[in-house]
Design a protein around this ligand. Structure first.
Ligand code: ACO
Length: 430
């Protein structure tokens, strides 16, 4: 076997963030609504000097630099994002700036809500069986919502994933759910905000998870407690807690005489709304959640929803906080509205043909905890300013020169210098 999977990871999230406690005050909602109700602590925010191209440039440049990669060794670069600034020219092509002497690079940009990064990852793994070179998958988004209940679930993040053979994290069994639903979509050409039906999107997420889980657990002969770790797409932490708990319900339906017996014959849709069942599942799953999910969730609680990057950020968070051991199994659930979802296994192993790419190296490179602690907290009203500025850019015309100061960015960050009269975007690096 070629042992195709993840060789390296790099993450980027902006230097500025806001606290959810302050956002509660700013938006005049009861204390605890975002922190306890949604389970979130912070939210990354950036201004008009960063866009999807710049954050992808930043994270790929850092991946190449930190892993000392020769740009000639890369044969595929594919981007998953739903932050679109051009209806034709893909962000992938902008990244070609980083590969000046190598034009032989496959891959484009893939769009399907939060699933584009996973689609790119699965493509990259398939490609690696045909080509010995390395692939880079970039999952990145600036998650934005109009004023309303979803506003506290904005966020910004990008992850670059190095994919190849003889990997320390090998892609294993998977199961997919694809359907046609209108839970979250972006139909308005002059607005970046999604049309979102919150309750429906939660339902679609649960249904996709349970559909994937039914097939994946059968294939792998596993239960909710078998994998050593779980990484879930994390729009906000509360949804992840409840989703993991649901797997205990699904498992219980396969057993005789479970403590959840009284809910055995309940209609599935009704079961999502049963508060007593929810409380029982929370209790059953609590200690496994603590052991298997909290480390992966830590970063997204500080950064917010990062859409396509969310599962990869979860993986980075886990690896930064826990040392992985060969033979361990990680289960990853990726959901993108509309809807597409995949549940897959990653198997931890020691590479046999190379010593360059290991999970220890990933941990050293990421330093995610340290980097999150170096961020600057800004006032909650900055979220409104950032989003209003981005919204205006859709209609303000060109040329455009961003006004946000560069000293708010981490060193080594790409930024938008200007959009010229032909709508071409130009970038520089701090
Ligand atoms: N203290 C503690 N908890 C509180 C407080 C408070 N003061 N006020 C409310 N809560 C709790 C509620 O009881 C509720 O808890 P529960 O989920 O355990 O019942 C929780 O906070 C959420 O409150 P709601 O009123 O149910 O929902 P809200 O109007 O805040 O909206 C929603 C939440 C729907 C998630 C919204 O943020 C949204 O639309 N987000 C975007 C869609 C989304 O992320 N969907 C997920 C999958 S799709 C994707 O990734 C984009």
């Amino acid at each position: 076997p070629l042992h195709i999977g993840i060789l390296g990871l790099e993450v980027y999230t902006p230097r500025t963030y806001i606290q959810q406690t302050e956002l509660e005050q700013h938006l005049q909602v009861p204390a605890g609504k975002f922190t306890i109700g949604l389970g979130q602590e912070g939210l990354a925010v950036t201004g008009d000097v960063e866009d999807i191209n710049s954050i992808c440039l930043t994270v790929v440049h850092q991946l190449l630099e930190k892993y000392n990669l020769d740009p000639q060794s890369i044969g595929r670069v594919e981007v998953g994002t739903e932050t679109l600034i051009d209806k034709s020219k893909s962000t992938k092509t902008v990244l070609m700036e980083l590969f000046p002497d190598n034009s032989d690079i496959e891959g484009a940009t893939i769009v399907n809500a939060c699933y584009g990064g996973t689609a790119a990852f699965l493509n990259a793994c398939a490609w690696c069986s045909l080509d010995e070179r390395l692939a880079i998958v970039v999952a990145a988004d600036i998650a934005t919502y109009a004023a309303g209940p979803a506003r506290p679930t904005c966020g910004v993040g990008a992850v670059a994933v190095l994919v190849g053979r003889d990997a320390p994290l090998v892609l294993g069994e998977r199961a997919t759910h694809a359907s046609h639903v209108w839970d979250f979509y972006k139909p308005n050409p002059v607005s970046e905000y999604p049309v979102v039906e919150g309750a429906l999107s939660q339902l679609c997420y649960y249904q996709a998870l349970e559909d994937c889980y039914a097939r994946w657990s059968q294939k792998t002969n596993t239960t909710a407690t078998t994998p050593d770790y779980w990484v879930f797409h994390a729009p906000y932490n509360k949804l992840v807690q409840k989703s993991y708990a649901r797997l205990f319900y699904i498992d219980s339906l396969k057993q005789d005489n479970t403590p959840l017996e009284k809910w055995r014959d309940m209609d599935r849709i009704q079961s999502y709304h049963d508060k007593e069942l929810e409380a029982a599942l929370k209790q059953h799953s609590a200690s496994a959640y603590q052991q298997k999910l909290t480390d992966a969730n830590h970063a997204s609680q500080q950064v917010g929803n990062t859409y396509t990057a969310s599962v990869f950020l979860g993986l980075c968070s886990l690896i930064s906080r826990r040392s992985l051991v060969p033979e361990q199994q990680i289960a990853v659930f990726s959901y993108g509205s509309g809807a597409l979802a995949t549940l897959y296994s990653l198997h931890v192993r020691t590479p046999t043909q190379q010593t360059e790419f290991t999970t220890e190296r990933m941990q050293q490179v990421l330093q995610l905890e340290t980097r999150l602690s170096m961020r600057e907290q800004v006032a909650a009203r900055e979220l409104d300013l950032a989003l209003d500025t981005r919204a205006k850019m859709h209609t303000s015309g060109v040329p455009y020169t961003p006004f946000y100061p560069h000293d708010r960015l981490f060193p080594g960050t790409y930024y938008l210098t200007h959009i010229d009269a032909q709508w071409r975007r130009h970038y520089a690096r701090t």
